[in-house]
Design a protein. Sequence first.
Length: 575
Amino acid sequence: MKLRQNKNSPQPRPSLKSRLLRSGMGAGIAEYAIVVGLVAVASMGAVALTGERISELFGGVGNEVAESTTPPSITLSASSAAIGFAQSSEFTWEAQNASALDARYSLAGSCAEADESGSGPHPLGWSGMSGSQTLLWTQDLAGCSFDVEMTASNAAGRTGDSAAVMVGAADTTPENLAFAPKGGAEPGQLTASDPATVADVEADTTISAGISGGGAGVSLAGGTPQAQVTVAPGSQIQLHGHASDSFGQTVAIPFSAGAMSGTWQLTTRAADMSADPFTLGADDLGAVAGTHVESDGVTFTGFELPQTLTIAPLQVNPAAGTLQYRIFAGSWGVWTTLTASVEIPGVAAGAGAQLRLATAGTYPATAQTAEASISIGGQSDSWRGGIAAQDVTANAFSFTNVANATRSTSYDTAGDAVVLDGFTGTLPLTLARSGAGGAYQYRLGAGAWTAIPSGGTTVQVAPGTALRLNIVSASSYATAASITASIGGQSRSWTVTTGAAPLASCSGGVQVSWYNCSKSIPSGTYSQDTTVALSIPRPSGGISGYYGNASFSCSSSGTWQFVSGTCSWQPRDKN
C-alpha cells in the first residue's frame, strides 16, 4: 500500500518507511517561525524610523502574537472508510492556532506490513496546517485497518483527531480456472495439459497439484513440474500427469487454487480399430450375358484387433445376374451367393474379400445392374456389376454460367449449343431448379419453351436432341438461380447470378447541422462510407457566435450521417 502525495502538496520530507510517501498542504512550523521573526525585525526598524505611528502598529503586532495562546484545534477525515483492490482513500486535515503537528499511523489486524514493521504507532512526516494524503491499496496492507491520529499543540494545550481506513484483502481464487480435457494419450504416458490462464485474481495465488512426483505436478507453461507453484495474475500454467495404463480410460488429475479445486481429464487413446481405406475398383456395367465380372480383391490392413466383416447386397437384381463373394484367409475360398447381408466375425488384418456378378444368361431389354458393399473397421466400399443392353451413358456436356446478371432479366443457353448424345435409345432427362429466379424454362430441339415446376420434371429424350435452358434472373442483388440437367450418368448445372448491389454516393454542397452549429459539405461526389471533417473557427474580434468541429459519413442510403463533434457558444465581449 502506498500513500500518494496530492498534486498541489509540498514536496515530502524523507521517511523511515519508503513505502509510505508523505505530503501536506500549508506552511510548516519552521517556515511559520521564520515569518514571525522577520515581522519582528521589520517592526523594530520601522519603530526607530517613524516614531509614534510605527509604535502603534508594533503594539498591534504584539496583540496578534498574544492570540497564539488560544487552544489549538484540528480535524482529520478519510474520504473512504474501506478500500479494496485498485482503490484509494484520501486523508484530509486542517489545524487552527497550532504551533506543532504530529501524525502517526497504527495497523490493526493481520497483514504483511504489520508482520514486518509491527502494529505501531509509526510516525508519519505530514506537515502543514492543512493538507491531504492519499492511501493506495497494496498487497502488504491487505487485511489491516490503517488508523491515523494527528495531534495539534501550542502553549495553551494540545488536541487531536483520528481517521481509519480498512484495507480489504485481495481475491486470490481463480474461480474459472480450468484445463481442457486431453485425449489420445498413450497408455502410461506422462502428459502435459494445454496452458491455462490464471485470471479473475487480484494478487499472486498458489496452484497445487493433487498428484506430483515422477514428472507429475504443476508448472508455469513450459516449466518444470512441482507440487505447487505461486504465480502472478495472468500467468499461464500447465498440469502434468500420467495417463492410464489401459486404452480408452480416463483419469482425473486434481488441482486446487485458492479456495477452488478441480480436475483435469486425461484420456488414453482407444485401440486402433480402424482399417485402412480400400477400393473394390471400378464398376463393370457392360458384361456379356452368361459370364462373370469381378471387383478387385482387397486386403484389409491398419487395425490392431480382429474385426467383424460385413458384406451386404445394396441392389439385388435377377435381371442383371447373381451377386457372389469370397474370402481370403491365406488362400481364396469358394464363391458364395449373396442375397442378404452377411457378418463374418474375427477377421484379422491381412485377410481379404472380393465381389463378383454372374450375369444372366440372356440380355435384358435394358441394361441391368446389381450392387454390393464390403465394410470393416470403419471403412467401406461398394461395387456394381451390370449386363450390357442399351447404352445408357451420355456424353459429358456443360453450360456457361452467367455472372453479374441484370436483375429480372431473361437469359438462356443458346450460346452453349448443348446436344445430348452418346447413348442409344431414349433416356430420361431430369431437370431440377433452385434459387430465386423469376422463371425457369427448357426447350428441346425446335419445340416450345416449357416451364420447369418447383419440384422439377423428367422427360424422355433421344440421342442428338438439342437442349436449351432459360432463367429470368432474380429481382434482388447477388442472388443465384440454377437449373440442373441430369441424363445418362451426366449431371450439369447452369447458374445465373445477379450482380452485387452498387455502393451509394453522397453529394457535396449540402448544409449539415450538429447541435447549434451548421456548415456545408465541400462540393463534390463522395462514395459510401467516406467521412468528411468539418470545422467552424472560434469567432474573433470580440463578436459572438458558435464554433466547433464535427465529422459526417456518407451512409448506404446516400445521406450524410453525423458521426461525432462539438459545438460551443462564444459570447460577445462587452468590453
